[in-house]
Design a protein around this ligand. Sequence first.
Ligand SMILES: Cc1cc2nc3c(=O)[nH]c(=O)nc-3n(C[C@H](O)[C@H](O)[C@H](O)COP(=O)(O)OP(=O)(O)OC[C@H]3O[C@@H](n4cnc5c(N)ncnc54)[C@H](O)[C@@H]3O)c2cc1C
Length: 537
Amino acid sequence: MELFDFVVVGGGITGLSAANRLSEAGQVLVVTKEALAESNTSYAQGGIAVAMGGDEDVALHLEDTITAGDGLVERDAAALLVSAGPERVDELLRFGTAFDRGAAGELERTREGAHSLNRILHAQGDATGREIARALLARVRGLKNVELREWTTTVDLVVEDGSVVGVTLLERDRALTEVRAKAILLASGGAGQIYSDTTNPAVATGDGIAMAYRAGAAVEDMEFYQFHPTAFAMEGAPRYLMSEALRGEGALMRNARGERFMPAVHPQAELAPRDVVARAITRESLDGPVSLDMRHVQKDLKARFPGISAFLAGYGLELARDLIPVRPAAHYLMGGVKTDLAGRTTLPGLFAAGEAACTGVHGANRLASNSLLEGLVFGVEAAGAMVGRGTGMRARNSGKALSVDRSPLTASADESAEAVERWIARLRELMWRDAGLLRDAAGLRRAQAELRAMRETMPAGTARRAIEARNLHTLAEVMVASALGREESRGAHFRLDFPDKWPVARHSVMQQGRLWFEQGSLPAEAEDRELQSLAHS
Ligand SMILES: Cc1cc2nc3c(=O)[nH]c(=O)nc-3n(C[C@H](O)[C@H](O)[C@H](O)COP(=O)(O)OP(=O)(O)OC[C@H]3O[C@@H](n4cnc5c(N)ncnc54)[C@H](O)[C@@H]3O)c2cc1C
């Protein structure tokens, strides 16, 4: 058994920001499932949203975040995000992050969907995440208190007397080890791999959320998965992201007849919130392929979007010359391990931040480019609380409880790698079909029954893919149960059989097989009034 002061699961923007701060207080172990550069963070293209222009800018960023979140944003969390953001981004600049600059040396800012101002910083055109990860990694590598351990899979949390005291790790050589620490941070990212169509890399299997749930922690708002409207859609090609920044720079959406359809759907047209654009594309796609059109944009698009341009060139396409076929794909999990603003979960000793956590900062729908900022801000907040090592989070009020089954963790005999891949593929396809962009009770019940049947053939053993298969299954059951319980349509969660919103916004919470709903901080009517007063202040 090894001992550290702090363990951080994950080496994306959240884990590295936290490790940097934790190193001031003790010995830190950071584990990543693959190479350090392999995380959602490294794939982020468009940029990081930050209000660097003073109080009015911060107030507008808050307003945009709350509006995009469709009544479910926790105001305190969003206020912390937008107000602490500038300081955190200044820190990134001090660590040497090379955001793109104009001729006079000023930071370039672009706009994405549902932002009222140009406030998105970007790097190397469309490689913002890679540049931030590079700078943070260079910083953290230089810290003598931090050990970075790659190709190491966290299997489970070690719980004693109701507190999390360590983790079990599957090391690169396939040995299982136990590491103990005063506090554990889950910075393990999202779970895009739960869907057959996703922009997320292979590491995004929601491990941290699944292990927290198994250990008895509450998870929140798990039915809210953001589907990015514009992932590349060509037979046999990966679902490569066509960044929202393309629309920020003027790209138009066209249906199979070559017509624009977004102006009739939303006043912000192509820059409407993501859920609105994604559903509109899904509807238009029934009549044929939908495309992005930048042929009219007077800009050097290869220079502005070098990564996307290089990817498209591999398929004989050019932004300035061709229509680019797109379709939605699973992109970002708004839900996660339920935490307070300092990353405290419902279990003492366990903290979570970034995409793995749910503070309510994104509500029902994340505002574009707010998640890199979330990792920066809440990673550092969690580190601060870990140093203080407080007790479990304060409980919020709780409502009516529904009972659902828990999935078992142990299963049948070891299976071949191919059988595990087939099992995972089946799960991903059923989630896409029945718990994707458009949902109803019949589909969700079918998914629930199929997932229950799949327990009988759950991959066993300690191979990484078997561990991921079980984690995906745990989360799929939680997501489907939460989606069934939410009999309304809000943000990214759209129920064909319940198209209206509940009059009061409520978070779903699941813990140890029970699902219930808690009132959010912004009831719909109050929210409207607050937004009006903000807009006039
Ligand atoms: C293609 C793409 C483009 C995006 N563009 C943007 C953008 O422009 N702006 C924006 O704000 N957001 C963007 N996002 C979202 C954003 O990148 C993520 O939400 C954010 O980077 C999450 O950071 P994180 O540190 O919480 O998790 P991640 O960066 O995903 O890091 C997770 C880490 O956890 C590790 N891990 C996972 N499971 C285990 C385990 N069992 N054991 C050990 N380690 C584990 C992984 O190896 C990884 O190191 C984009 C996402 C994608 C996929």
